[in-house]
Design a protein around this ligand. Sequence first.
Ligand SMILES: Cc1cc2nc3c(=O)[nH]c(=O)nc-3n(C[C@H](O)[C@H](O)[C@H](O)COP(=O)(O)OP(=O)(O)OC[C@H]3O[C@@H](n4cnc5c(N)ncnc54)[C@H](O)[C@@H]3O)c2cc1C
Length: 313
Amino acid sequence: MTGIYAENSEGIFKKAVLEAASYASQISNGQVTAVCVGTPNAGEAEKLAQYGVTKLICIDGISAFDAQVYGNEVAKVMSSNGISQVVVANTYEAKSIAPRIAVLMNASMATNVIALPDTSTGFKVKRAAFSGKGFAYVTLDRANKLIAITPNSTELKEQPVSIATETISGSGSGKTTITSTSKAAGKIPLTEAEVVVSAGRGMKGPENWGMVEELADLLGAATACSKPVSDMGWRPHGEHVGQTGITIKPNLYIAIGISGAIQHLAGVSSSKVIVAINKDPEAPFFKAADYGIVGDAFEVIPQLIQAAKAAKN
Ligand SMILES: Cc1cc2nc3c(=O)[nH]c(=O)nc-3n(C[C@H](O)[C@H](O)[C@H](O)COP(=O)(O)OP(=O)(O)OC[C@H]3O[C@@H](n4cnc5c(N)ncnc54)[C@H](O)[C@@H]3O)c2cc1C
């Protein structure tokens, strides 16, 4: 049996969870059980059903996120439902509970998985390694398996089925208490954005970000930045991408006034298409980019804004 951990954000299953559902249904024998903590909003179970999930089990009665409690509860439900293959999306939340689930289920585990398994000899998965600069092929030997897939790296294949929903009571109290939460400022969550407009120190100062935001709005994109930009307080830390920031894999990454240091590329080099805009033709980013514009950002961005507006009209 195949299962997924269906992380929900305020009752909503995001795209990464639907990708996990789609992946699970492609490696299952037709039965996929999703396990979530809390109560999803109306219509959310049906979203999972579009991608082959036949059963949704909601664990009720656990208030705030605690990796230990969630890990224990989810592993218990997976095991008692005969699930041997668990698929999770490689999100921060799922990453913090996946190793616990794997230990409790005595499962082989692979993270950063980017393709369906090759089952011709055993169960071999392809995973991204060295911050996306290489690949590793890993064979999961144990009967129980946990596969954490990288968002935006696998196909979302519709496989509509009907879904049964069951709610059970959870137990256990955590050792941590969430005292307050705050939301990232961007309108589109960075990790889910199909298009990201990112800018670096070449923008000179925070007062110049208006044009970056305008371009992002026109393209339906999230905004991101390099590390020094968030370190200097020009932009919020939630926008910092790279080795020490968020790793993203959008379909289109536009880098403006960013040099392309290896630590920055580590978080963005798996983007499907990269466009670099830099006034220095020798900027390292051009080696990693699919398209490059050599020019002053303060001249290029307004032209891109004009072009985007014209295309919209
Ligand atoms: C351990 C470690 C971890 C790190 N982690 C990260 C990380 O996670 N993410 C990250 O981003 N960095 C990280 N860094 C820092 C990284 O090494 C670089 O210093 C940083 O990415 C540079 O940021 P930048 O490209 O915005 O700035 P700069 O290196 O100053 O580059 C600015 C670029 O803008 C161009 N430019 C200037 N003016 C214009 C203009 N008018 N129009 C167009 N282009 C212009 C310049 O030619 C230049 O290429 C890390 C460093 C270390 C040591």
